[in-house]
Design a protein around this ligand. Structure first.
Ligand code: MG
Length: 323
């Protein structure tokens, strides 16, 4: 038997992109990352529509077939919006979703696109999902080596996405889970920048604190260039007897820990780029702490940055005048 222990999610704009078109869901027993695509703000809209649909179905969905149907619902919402609103025509999103079934000690994975699910077990990492990308197909057919794929100019071209057709083919399967397993869901902004071994060391270096692990993964992607938006969701499975202890005794205690982790993350963030949005998850999350995409966090960071620059300008002027 298994239970869900700690969980954490972070999304970050990265170092090259102006906007964050990723989103995530941390709504036990469902976890997901989405990564939008499309002109103007359509990528953000697509990722948010997908995340909202997944979040709504999080608690009522059981089993692989129901998970596929939920992902189809996300697909329909993006498709219908793109048909109704010409400004969003052609938008889409990729999504990787994990649904924990503690009764059967299994995790159902539903997947479309080039976000990924990984399983960390006993110090090693396994990629669970197959990328629906041009380079992955070329590697599979022997045209490219995995090393060539990593440097290929078309490496971000995807072959399957939510919302570009009225229905979509969803990869779905279940993984037998054990206490101690850690699942990582991430957008390609992490997996394209950080090698698997470095993922393991970033996660394990945080000593079991998944919120810190998530931040370490984002930092690792940014340290290697941060060329895309970076989104990370981590959750661990524990023995049912450990569940209460891991969560600090009661849902209320868990809730307190969430705000502490949120505070410590933001205070550590440098003011030179938008703050990553972090949600450390608990059984009963505070209002909408469970789903994050681009938006308020970026705006708040931009205002903070402007305020900082203004203060600096005033100081410089003041020093100049008094000299
Ligand atoms: Mg991406």
């Amino acid at each position: 038997m298994i239970a869900i222990g700690r969980a954490a999610g972070v999304t970050d704009t990265g170092r090259r992109r102006l906007r964050n078109e990723d989103a995530f869901v941390c709504e036990p027993p469902l976890f997901a990352v989405t990564d939008g695509m499309g002109g103007a703000r359509a990528g953000e809209i697509a990722a948010e529509l997908a995340a909202a649909a997944l979040e709504e179905g999080a608690r009522a969905t059981r089993g692989t077939a129901a998970l596929v149907e939920l992902i189809q619902e996300a697909n329909r919402r993006i498709w219908e919006r793109s048909v109704a609103d010409p400004r969003t025509a052609g938008m889409g999103a990729v999504a990787t979703v994990a649904l924990v079934d503690d009764g059967s000690s299994a995790v159902a994975i539903g997947h479309v696109g080039d976000s990924r699910a990984y399983l960390l077990r006993d110090g090693s990492i396994e990629q669970l999902t197959k990328d629906h990308s041009l380079v992955a197909e070329l590697v599979e057919s022997g045209v490219l080596t995995p090393e060539e794929a990593e440097r290929h100019p078309q490496r971000s071209a995807i072959t399957r996405a939510l919302g570009t057709e009225p229905s979509v083919e969803v990869d779905a399967f279940t993984v037998a889970a054990h206490p101690g397993d850690v699942f990582l869901l991430c957008s390609d902004g992490l997996s394209s920048m950080v090698a698997d071994e470095a993922l393991v060391s970033a996660i394990e270096g945080a000593g079991g604190d998944l919120a810190r692990s998530a931040e370490a993964l984002v930092a690792a992607a940014n340290a290697r260039g941060g060329e895309d938006n970076i989104t990370v969701v981590l959750f661990e499975l524990v023995a049912p007897s450990e569940e209460i202890r891991e969560r600090g005794g009661a849902p209320e205690a868990g809730r307190d820990r969430t705000s502490t982790e949120l505070g410590s993350t933001q205070s550590e963030t440098s003011a030179s780029r938008p703050a990553p949005q972090v949600a450390a998850e608990t059984p009963s999350p505070p209002v909408d702490a469970s789903r994050h995409g681009a938006g308020p966090g970026g705006r708040v960071a931009a205002i903070a940055l402007l305020a900082g620059l203004l203060t600096l300008a005033i100081l410089v002027l003041y020093t100049g005048i008094t000299r």
